[in-house]
Design a protein around this ligand. Structure first.
Ligand code: DGL
Length: 260
């Protein structure tokens, strides 16, 4: 098979990366995609760093063995833990990670207060600390660890009272701040964006990194001459380490889900 015809590999600790996959499909409808969700080991964000590194490296190996021509690390946690190592291991593979979309939030409004919701691991890593300090004089950036939030999405809970109560509790430490923007620094959170927006208020802009990540993958494929010029609609193949019928149904559902 010609290399450009091979699929784009995408993975996450679970189903969250499907929020990035949706953008990839929108921007590159002719591509085929393989999506791997490691729901057996989710969440990654509260595991030791070495374990997440190893799981991430294994996931990339698995996608490449399955014929992926390029890799999207659709997980902020895995990106912060292992993207540098992956780049050393696979210098010839177009590989794109995701990081919290702080830049568009900073550009949106001068001197604003920006809350970054993400996993404890993402916020602890040097990669995030560096990113945040780049904008020190332009915005008040407040990291907000959100342990437990991705589990709602893993269980297919995207709205409802229990989730609302949980998000109110998570936002409690920042409730007295004059928040201008919230950055969703975990790929699971766009699926509960409407609940976050409802609690934060309509005056708050909510950003996520899915669209920018998809744009970057497209650019990298073009540059490498690997974009699939197929005029037909491409396919999406889901593989989940839980390997149950329900899990695959949830993946399909999330691919088509429009946050209310
Ligand atoms: N979806 C992942 C992220 O973007 C992480 C969730 C987790 O496994 O803790 O960070």
């Amino acid at each position: 098979m010609e290399r450009c015809m091979q699929p784009v590999g995408v993975f996450d600790s679970g189903v969250g990366g499907i929020s990035v996959l949706r953008e990839l499909v929108k921007q590159m409808p002719g591509e085929d995609f393989i999506y791997f969700g490691d729901s057996v080991h989710a969440p990654y964000g509260t595991r030791p760093l070495d374990e997440v590194k190893k799981l991430t490296i294994d996931n990339v190996g698995f996608l490449l063995e399955n014929g992926a021509k390029s890799i999207v690390v659709a997980c902020n946690t895995a990106t912060s833990a292992a993207v540098a190592r992956l780049r050393e291991m696979y210098p010839l593979v177009p590989l794109v990670g995701i990081e919290p979309a702080i830049k568009p939030a900073v550009l949106y409004k001068n001197n604003s207060c920006i809350v970054v919701m993400a996993t404890p691991m993402t916020l602890k890593q040097e990669k995030f600390q560096k990113l945040m300090h780049q904008y020190d004089d332009m915005a008040d950036i407040v990291p907000l660890p959100c342990p437990g939030l991705m589990e709602f999405v893993e269980h297919g809970i995207l709205y409802g009272e229990e989730l609302e109560k949980y998000i109110i509790k998570l936002l409690n430490p920042v409730k007295n701040k004059n928040i201008n923007s919230i950055v969703l620094g975990c790929t699971h959170y766009p699926f509960v964006k409407s609940v976050i927006q409802k609690i934060a208020g309509s005056q708050v802009m909510v950003f996520d990194g899915g669209e920018g990540t998809a744009r970057e993958m497209k650019r990298r494929l073009l540059e490498a001459g690997l974009l699939n010029n197929n005029k037909k609609k491409g396919s999406v193949k889901f593989i989940n380490s839980l390997n149950t019928e329900e899990e695959l149904k949830l993946c399909q559902f999330l691919l088509e889900y429009e946050s209310r």
